[in-house]
Design a protein around this ligand. Structure first.
Ligand code: HEC
Length: 248
């Protein structure tokens, strides 16, 4: 290789390096210039940012006011809670358990009518109760769950008469709904982050079923069913008669 050809090769190499540098830009360097776009595709889709000026509309506002006479329209997130009311959360008793959105509105005594208390709903309520409540309140709702017995404040016995009378503050369906969603006394946490309104009502319905069962006596069972019930008792269990005398 002569001296001359070596020089040419060196210059050529330098030139290539410079080109490569130009094409790749300098990664990490800041620049006020627009970035090079080899495939712009949808990088620059036309849009207006909120609160900015536009010449398209005569009032020059990029944000458009709502059209007179229209209301937000339903975008339901669940097949069992359809409709416009849900987009607006404007079914106050259903979403809050309160009679109205006045500050001191009382809790509704009964589960709102739109909640259809079916066997399916009760099953769902039982399942949700077992997942979210039983740890503290126990599967039977009496307050002695695995966590409950070690909890700093004893969880309420939900079978207590205090929670069965719908006409009192603590016994109202809407109150129990509210406790499920928002917690109670800073001692019980709220579960609105994971329990949907319909499921909270299902839990209330399940609690009512448990309370009814708890207060029930054998003579409330239809006669035909009674025999079957007795038969299904395990042989070792105490005589059913002795047990029912104690209750009520
Ligand atoms: C982490 C433990 C814990 C869990 C889980 C829990 N609770 Fe409680 N709950 C408590 C405690 C503790 C109290 C008693 C608070 C007090 O008396 O100050 C209570 C009280 C209540 C009350 C009584 C409110 C009143 O008016 O006195 C109801 C009703 C209730 N819980 C329902 C539920 C339901 C339904 C669930 C499931 C969605 C649930 N709780 C989950 C701890 C828990």
């Amino acid at each position: 290789m002569t001296h001359h050809t070596q020089q040419i090769a060196t210059i050529g190499l330098l030139g290539l390096c410079a080109l490569a540098g130009l094409a790749s830009g300098c990664r990490g360097d800041r620049s006020d210039k627009p970035p090079r776009q080899f495939f712009p595709d949808m990088d620059d889709s036309p849009k207006w940012k909120p609160q900015t000026r536009t010449d398209f509309y005569s009032d020059h506002r990029s944000m458009r006011p709502t059209v007179d006479g229209t209301v937000p329209f339903g975008r339901s997130t669940s097949p069992d809670e359809p409709g416009r009311a849900d987009a607006l959360l404007d079914d106050v008793p259903f979403f809050t358990g309160k009679a109205s959105d006045a500050k001191d509105a009382p809790a509704v005594p009964m589960i709102p009518a739109r909640v259809k208390v079916t066997a399916e709903l009760l099953k769902r309520g039982e399942e949700r109760f077992n997942i979210y409540c039983s740890a503290c309140h126990g599967y039977d709702g009496k307050g002695a769950g695995t966590v409950g017995v070690m909890y700093s404040v004893p969880p309420a016995n939900l079978m207590d008469a205090k929670f069965t009378d719908r006409s009192t503050l603590n016994g109202a369906d809407g109150h129990i709904f509210d406790v499920i969603m928002n917690g109670w006394n800073n001692n019980m946490p709220g579960y609105r982050h994971s329990i949907r309104p319909m499921d909270a009502w299902a839990i209330v319905a399940h609690l009512r079923a448990m309370q009814k069962k708890e207060a029930g006596t054998i003579d409330q069972v239809p006669e035909a069913e009674r025999a079957r019930l007795m038969q299904s008792k395990p042989a070792a269990a105490p005589a059913p008669a002795a047990k029912t005398e104690g209750a009520k």
